[in-house]
Write a protein that binds this ligand. Structure first.
Ligand code: ADP
Length: 280
């Protein structure tokens, strides 16, 4: 994809979006990363289950048009169906309502929408899902955004009333340069940034228990300090996280008592605190 700097983006191909609330949802949290492969979807999924473990009502919306991987991370193969009102009913995955943009195309087909067509599909995707029953609402809807800081991400951030965004990054300097672009994107879209999550932060050898900073260390602290943002947490590179994703059961659900699950739960608690602090 041809990425553009947010400030210099050419928006002629996109109708000007109007921010809309998502029905029956109190807080929309966008999980983003400036580049792919940093573990954004894994963080989004485990964060959703961590919030559920803290007794919040949570839904998960996979908007990663470049690689909608959450159905795989949750071992889901069935498709959503319409409810009696014709709105889309999310699929239940381990008691978590899930909607993925991948459900809107046939398996194995590329998502080939562009410009106004993509905009229309996204409108439907964001606003025609029925998240809960009448009179009921979700506390948190976690949206997994596509990686990058271009027009598509900007357009998405401008279509939905988002409570706040989380930026996922690895600790190395190259990834952090992109984080700065991510911060600029959300500032442009008037979306508050709730914090940064450092993923793949140190590798603990399962044989000798020694920790190695494969992707350097302390990077997220540095960039967060530049913008006065909190680091919500640092998740190590751990084969259990990868293994659980491959098995279709996120680590927080598979090993809820583990140290790793506690790291995700701490991030969820800090997120809740940040949301509460912004609301007063
Ligand atoms: P992204 O959404 O940024 O493209 P994914 O969440 O799909 O990245 O993760 C890419 C791969 O990295 C997946 O195989 C996932 O299981 C693995 N992964 C993510 N975070 C970790 C981690 N902290 N430790 C080990 N593997 C991880």
């Amino acid at each position: 994809m041809n990425e553009q700097q947010p400030g210099a983006a050419n928006h002629e191909a996109f109708p000007l979006p109007v921010k809309q609330q998502i029905d029956h949802v109190r807080h929309v949290i966008a999980v983003s990363s400036a580049k792919g492969g940093v573990g954004k979807s894994t963080v989004a999924t485990n964060l959703a289950f961590a919030l559920q473990q803290l007794d919040y009502k949570v839904g998960l919306l996979d908007a990663d048009i470049y690689g909608p991987s959450i159905p795989t991370l949750l071992g889901v193969s069935q498709r959503p169906e319409p409810d009696v009102m014709g709105r889309i009913k999310p699929v239940m995955a381990h008691k978590m309502p899930l909607m993925s943009i991948g459900f809107m195309v046939d398996a194995g087909q590329p998502l080939a929408w562009r410009g106004p067509m993509l905009f229309q599909v996204l409108q439907q995707f964001f606003h025609e899902v029925r998240w809960t029953g009448y009179g009921d609402q979700l506390d948190y809807l976690i949206i997994d955004l596509p990686p990058g800081t271009g027009d598509i991400q900007l357009s998405m951030a401008q279509q939905v009333e988002v409570t706040g965004a989380i930026i996922v990054t690895t600790p190395q300097e190259l990834a952090l340069a992109d984080v700065r672009r991510g911060v600029a994107l959300f500032n442009l879209a008037h979306v508050p940034i709730l914090g940064i999550v450092e993923n793949m932060s140190g590798f603990v050898c399962p044989h000798c228990q020694q920790s190695t900073d494969l992707f350097a260390s302390g990077g997220a602290d540095r960039v967060a300090g530049e913008y006065g943002l909190p680091v919500l947490g640092a998740i190590p590179l751990d084969r259990n996280i990868r293994h659980c994703g491959d098995e279709g059961l996120p680590l927080v659900k598979a090993q809820p008592e583990s140290t790793l699950a506690q790291i995700y739960c701490d991030i969820a608690r800090k997120l809740v605190d940040r949301v509460a602090a912004r609301a007063v």
